[in-house]
Design a protein around this ligand. Structure first.
Ligand SMILES: Nc1ncnc2c1ncn2[C@@H]1O[C@H](COP(=O)(O)OP(=O)(O)OP(=O)(O)O)[C@@H](O)[C@H]1O
Length: 239
């Protein structure tokens, strides 16, 4: 579904990604793990087109999209789920959700149907539909961020550290929500620092360090936590 082939990218003259290759199969749930400043967000920005690949190819559903503008990548089914802290705090929950449908010209009844779908998935958002997003808990904000992306009817979601700054019980709730999206048939790339969560839900794991993929492995009996930690931050526990 999504392939990065030897991506070199950065900011101005500074190179951050030094040849990143990764593959997210259709319907798969792939995690990209790494510590602070290792290039995870730059990978996501390159996929959505906010950072231009200086070398290499970004392929979505068989189409090379290096030259496709960011707004048109959304129309190809790609949606970035920012961290929950990036919701519009002064707007209500419902207004935030409707923003997700904004770029698509769609009939009002269709949008109402999508909104109902998000409320069924995240019951707490329905209860709090008229509350300012800034008043929500961290977990509710993360649900809102995912819900807003779903309003654009994506086929592939890129999740930027959905577990960041959340209590373990809430992380479990978000993990369940992500698994439910996979069961729905969505393709998911999850960027995380939370190794435990990623191992619980992902089918395949990449670890990025210093702008390079340092480790990759199918999740199953083969991936041991300590082996991952070694590649993750030189053996240091981080998340
Ligand atoms: N807009 C920018 N201009 C210049 N350098 C940047 C910019 N954004 C990020 N960087 C640098 O690129 C490197 C990688 O940053 P990136 O945000 O991709 O890391 P990350 O793995 O997502 O880290 P974090 O988990 O802290 O968000 C860092 O050294 C950072 O300082």
């Amino acid at each position: 579904m999504l392939k990065l082939d030897n991506i070199v990218a950065g900011y101005g003259r500074t190179r951050i990604l030094h040849g990143v290759t990764l593959d997210v199969p259709k319907g798969g749930l792939v995690a990209l793990l790494g510590g602070n400043g290792t290039g995870k967000s730059t990978v996501l920005k390159t996929i959505v087109g906010l950072v231009k690949a200086q070398e290499g190819q970004v392929t979505l559903a068989g189409q090379i999209i290096n030259d496709v503008p960011t707004e048109d990548r959304a129309a190809l089914g790609l949606s970035l789920v920012p961290q929950g802290k990036e919701v519009f705090g002064g707007m209500s929950v419902e207004e935030n959700l409707l923003m997700g449908a904004f770029h698509r010209r769609r009939h009002r009844t269709e949008i109402a149907g999508d909104l109902e779908g998000v409320y069924q998935r995240f019951k707490r958002l329905r209860e709090r539909r008229n509350v300012a997003a800034g008043m929500l808990s961290g977990g509710e904000r993360q649900m809102l961020s995912i819900g807003r992306s779903l309003m654009a009817r994506p086929t592939m979601l890129l999740l930027d550290e959905p577990s960041a700054a959340l209590a373990p019980r809430v992380v479990e709730e978000i993990a369940d929500a992500i698994l439910a999206l996979r069961d729905l048939g969505l393709t998911l790339l999850l960027v995380e620092q939370n190794v435990g969560m990623a191992l619980d839900i992902a089918d395949y794991i990449y670890v990025i360090r210093g702008g390079r993929i340092a480790f990759e492995r199918e999740v199953g009996d083969g991936v041991a936590m300590d082996e991952l930690q070694e590649f993750y931050l030189g053996g240091k526990e981080h998340a």
